[in-house]
Design a protein around this ligand. Structure first.
Ligand SMILES: *Cc1c(COP(=O)(O)O)cnc(C)c1O
Length: 431
């Protein structure tokens, strides 16, 4: 018996875990190249060659499209902006319904609200955590226009069945791929499995430029509209012979433009993605093998014919074995472990659950967004019990672990395992 750190015992490890820092000489040189050129962004919000952005922006888009084997790639200043562009281009109008996962970052659903659409939350799969096909089907009405799928934690969504269902009901599939760059399903990259895919380049994601995002699509019409929405659509729409009034729909523009600096960094980051992903996968495999010896944990399952990008390592916890609630157990494991460099001020990168099911956020429960808009266009209410699988994961069984990021070594990963093992061996101290 050794006393658990949470009860005043000695921590299993004091030495911090290594920083996840993908920025190196390559990015430094790319930024200097842009700075010295004096052209930090060349976008113009009027009809002109520079409407599509500068050299770095356009090069990034070409390289991104080639890498992901997509006809178009459109850079934006965040994945959130990308989601807004996608909902706009999909023609979502006030009162239209969009089916979305409740277990995702809030922006997946807020993008729908921004266009007056009504988010309809379908439940997630118990073991794969993406939108559940049966629940999606049950939620389709004559108002449904699109499905917002999310490749949560790096797992590609059930593209075979959801795409088939979407086709049957004439729905657009928008894929939030912020957490799954490089994941694959059925031989295709996540992001290209639906009609429009959105990647994130924010600081916390696999690869980043501080802030940023890229949208991919094979559809020319969507691509054109998203490029307009990105850059003051209303001011340029007449330039392309879009006099037909109905084409003005959703052609309210924003400024979602990426700078040359971020684009130059992103070009270098994209080159690093395959190696970073390979390390993540081998780290997860190493840790999974160790953790699977513990009878109360289930290591993450991967969808058939797919590869997982492991943005987060998602483990399931069985309280009936430990007889200790998950949160208490996780707090005890965290107490054994050190912080991670560059994130010294954050708690240990291990947590119970992900984010609260989105429909439990005050905006939905109170039905207040832009004043009463758009909830005054629907009778739908949002309440506890709406998505039982999601709630069980969040409140009882899911553990998410970020301690799998490169350059975590096998020794570092072994310490993560040993912290779980120590708490398990001394579980009676928690009862
Ligand atoms: C990070 C994230 C976003 C938002 O990305 P930003 O680039 O920060 O706007 C959207 N959806 C999911 C699932 C995410 O993880």
């Amino acid at each position: 018996m050794s006393k658990l750190a949470i009860l005043g015992g000695t921590k299993l490890r004091e030495k911090p875990f290594p920083a996840y820092n993908t920025i190196g000489k390559e990015e430094e040189e790319a930024v200097l190249r842009v700075l010295r050129s004096g052209k930090l962004s060349t976008y113009l919000g009027s009809w002109h060659d520079d409407f599509y952005g500068g050299v770095e922006v356009q090069s990034l888009e070409k390289e991104w499209a080639t890498f992901f084997n997509s006809k178009h790639a459109i850079s934006v200043n965040s994945a959130t902006s990308g989601l807004y562009c996608a909902i706009g281009a999909a023609g979502i109008n006030p009162g239209d319904e969009v089916i979305v996962s409740p277990y995702t970052m809030s922006a997946s659903a807020t993008a729908i609200i921004a266009y007056g659409g009504i988010p309809v939350f379908a439940d997630v799969e118990k073991d794969l955590f993406c939108l559940d096909i049966e629940s999606v089907e049950k939620n389709i009405t004559n108002k449904t226009k699109a499905i917002m799928v999310v490749d949560i934690f790096g797992q590609p969504y059930n593209s075979i069945e959801i795409n088939k269902l979407a086709k049957k009901h004439n729905l657009i599939v928008i894929e939030d791929t912020a957490q799954a760059p490089g994941a694959k399903s059925e031989g295709k990259y996540a992001g290209t499995l639906g009609d429009i895919g959105i990647f994130s380049l924010n600081y916390h994601k696999h690869i980043h430029s501080g802030e940023g995002g890229v949208i991919v699509t094979d559809n020319d019409e969507f691509a054109w509209k998203m490029r307009l929405i990105r850059n003051h659509a209303e001011a340029v729409i007449s330039a392309k012979g879009y006099e037909d009034k109905k084409e003005l729909n959703n052609m309210v523009g924003f400024n979602y433009r990426m700078t040359e600096l971020e684009a130059a960094i992103s070009r270098e980051q994209l080159k690093k993605l395959p190696a970073l992903l390979e390390q993540r996968i081998s780290n997860v495999n190493f840790l999974n093998e160790k953790l699977s010896s513990l009878p109360f944990l289930s290591i993450p399952k991967v969808r058939k014919n797919s590869t997982h990008a492991y943005y987060l390592h998602s483990i399931k916890y069985d309280q009936t074995v430990t007889e200790v609630p998950r949160n208490k157990f996780v707090d005890a494991v965290k107490a054994e472990l050190p912080p991670t460099l560059l994130r010294e001020d954050s708690p240990v990168l291990l947590n119970y659950g992900y984010v609260k099911p989105i429909y439990l956020m005050p905006m939905y429960k109170e039905r207040i967004a832009f004043g009463e808009h758009p909830f005054n266009l629907t009778d739908r209410e949002y309440k506890k019990g709406d998505c039982p699988n999601c709630e069980e994961l969040h409140f009882e069984t899911l553990i998410v672990n970020e301690l799998i990021r490169p350059p975590m070594s096998q020794e570092d990963l072994t310490d993560v395992y040993l912290a779980f093992e120590k708490v398990w061996k001394n579980i009676d101290q928690l009862k």
